[in-house]
Design a protein around this ligand. Structure first.
Ligand SMILES: CC(C)(COP(=O)(O)OP(=O)(O)OC[C@H]1O[C@@H](n2cnc3c(N)ncnc32)[C@H](O)[C@@H]1OP(=O)(O)O)[C@@H](O)C(=O)NCCC(=O)NCCS
Length: 175
């Protein structure tokens, strides 16, 4: 578990399923995402919980539920998923939690925790839709820089064919 001033990044539980289903069926959230299915069912939420907790005994979850620190209510998800020397950052917030700088706070905590949790990872990357200005602002404010514009294998839910790739070192002292 990771805590910040306003947030708790914790393992997902079955109590989060209704919140996951509601958020990921909301087009204002889902239109920007690639991995969660759309429409999104309770079975999809169960599969997500199983996946995020798969290595529970050995390591922290690949994906944290971002919860309100005071109420513990689900506000979103933030993941840092390792693939050898790289890790992919992904995130979303429920609409009512957006616009308050919460994801910048969550990403900052996740990256600070990363070197201890993922010692083999050197580089963190994230991809965004070119029109997702808020996500790009979160990445730039978190020390990422845009490194490429790429053609997607298949179009996004919004019909886009381009993605922006951002990267930063995980160990900033090595930057
Ligand atoms: C992307 C997302 C996580 C951003 O989190 P957030 O905490 O709501 O971010 P905020 O809106 O508070 O802040 C983001 C930044 O975008 C800026 N911003 C907002 N609207 C903007 C716009 N139209 N153009 C440029 N910048 C904009 C804000 O000023 C802020 O920058 P600052 O911190 O330097 O002031 C959230 O909007 C979300 O969950 N969206 C839907 C899912 C999604 O897009 N996930 C990411 C997929 S790559």
């Amino acid at each position: 578990m990771i805590e910040t001033a306003r947030l708790r990044l914790r393992r997902g539980t079955t109590a989060d399923i209704p919140g996951l289903v509601a958020a990921l069926n909301d087009w204002t959230v889902a239109q920007w995402l690639q991995r969660p299915p759309f429409p999104y069912s309770a079975d999809d939420a169960c599969a997500f919980l199983r996946w995020s907790r798969a290595h529970e005994e050995a390591a922290p979850p690949a994906a944290y539920v971002v919860a309100d620190r005071a109420s513990d209510r689900l506000l979103g998800v933030a993941s840092l998923e390792p693939q050898e020397a790289r890790a992919e950052l992904g995130y979303w917030l429920i609409p009512t939690a957006q616009g308050r700088g919460l994801m910048r706070e969550a990403v900052g905590a996740l990256l600070e925790d990363g070197p201890m949790r993922l010692p083999g990872v050197r580089t963190v990357y994230a991809t965004t839709d070119p029109d997702n200005y808020r996500s790009q602002a979160v990445l730039l404010a978190s020390g990422f820089r845009k490194v490429a514009e790429e053609i997607r294998d298949k179009p996004t839910r919004r019909g886009g064919s381009v993605l922006f790739r951002f990267e930063r070192p995980l160990h900033t002292e090595a930057a």
